[in-house]
Write a protein that binds this ligand. Structure first.
Ligand code: NAD
Length: 260
């Protein structure tokens, strides 16, 4: 059980991050949520976690492009709960464009949110983990940390980068009972993905099934989406004692995508 542990999950106001926060709360951890969204919806998610799982949940609106806000978020979590035992770097965005037309500010923003924010959170949280002699760092990478797709240069570069950062941190922390791993999902069923289907049906003159099989799940041999709960369950497993010798790993949850 993760009772008496605290988990900070970046980008946890929706999708995969929220599911990871719920899985860790379900195992007994207090959680710090982070991310953007409508204040009412965020408060409902925060209060819902407290009442459903009987843990404490805080919220930080820190912007993952801002190193000072990231350091303040970690300090505030440590002040509120005494420690950040579990750090999940999950915040991420996507932008699709050819390299020669890729907007400079989008490149910088994706590198900042999807890669550099994990360096800043780790830098702030590692001293406390070392002091306690226990820690778990989990990075949400992607199948795109292992393979590429065209027109996703910043995303693929950032995700390959976080896979490398994960290995380096794992080696630095291996003797401190702190494990560092990344989870690499393939296509995950989130509201974001679901919302794309009607437009793609119209644009390409396809049925819903064709959009799913021939467009979205083209690369995913199972032809099924990963669920956010499946990613959350793996994150929770990585926090158990059974997983204490798993470190520096990049664990795909991708229906066979990266086996090809
Ligand atoms: P999502 O859009 O549902 O969630 C992204 C979260 O990041 C939200 O909480 C959002 O508010 C937050 N966020 C965005 N910019 C931020 C910023 N500047 N500061 C703080 N928070 C910020 O998307 P998701 O699908 O749940 O993605 C979560 C992670 O999983 C990302 O790193 C993404 O790259 C990765 N991923 C997603 C898929 C997929 O198919 N959905 C596949 C592989 C990897």
């Amino acid at each position: 059980s993760l009772q008496s542990k605290t988990a900070l999950v970046t980008g946890s106001t929706s999708g995969i991050g929220l599911a990871i926060a719920k899985a860790l709360a379900g195992a007994g951890a207090n959680v710090v949520l982070n991310g953007f969204g409508k204040p009412d919806a965020i408060e409902a998610a925060r209060a819902g976690i407290e009442s459903e799982f009987g843990v404490k949940a805080h919220y930080s609106g820190a912007d993952m492009t801002k190193p000072e806000e990231i350091a303040a978020m970690v300090a505030e979590a440590e002040r509120a709960f005494g420690a950040v035992d579990i750090l999940v770097n999950n915040a991420g965005i996507q932008f699709v464009s050819a390299i020669e037309e890729f907007p400079l500010e989008k490149w910088d923003q994706i590198i900042a949110i999807n890669l550099s924010s994990a360096f800043h959170t780790m830098r702030a949280a590692i001293p406390g983990m070392k002091t306690k002699g226990w820690g778990r760092i989990i990075n949400t990478a992607s199948a795109h940390s292992l393979v590429a797709s065209p027109y996703k240069s910043a995303y693929v570069a950032a995700k390959h980068g976080i896979a490398g950062l994960t290995k380096t941190a794992a080696l630095e922390l291996a003797a401190h009972k702190i494990t560092v791993n990344c989870i690499s999902p393939g296509y995950v069923w989130t509201p974001l993905v679901e919302a794309q289907i009607p437009d793609t049906m119209k644009a390409r003159g396809l049925t819903k099934e064709q959009v799913i099989d021939e467009v979205l799940l083209k690369a995913q041999p199972t032809k099924e989406f990963v669920t956010v709960e499946q990613v959350g369950a793996l994150a929770a497993f990585l926090c158990t004692d059974a997983a204490s010798q798993i470190t520096g790993a990049n664990l795909p949850v991708d229906g066979g995508w990266t086996a090809q």
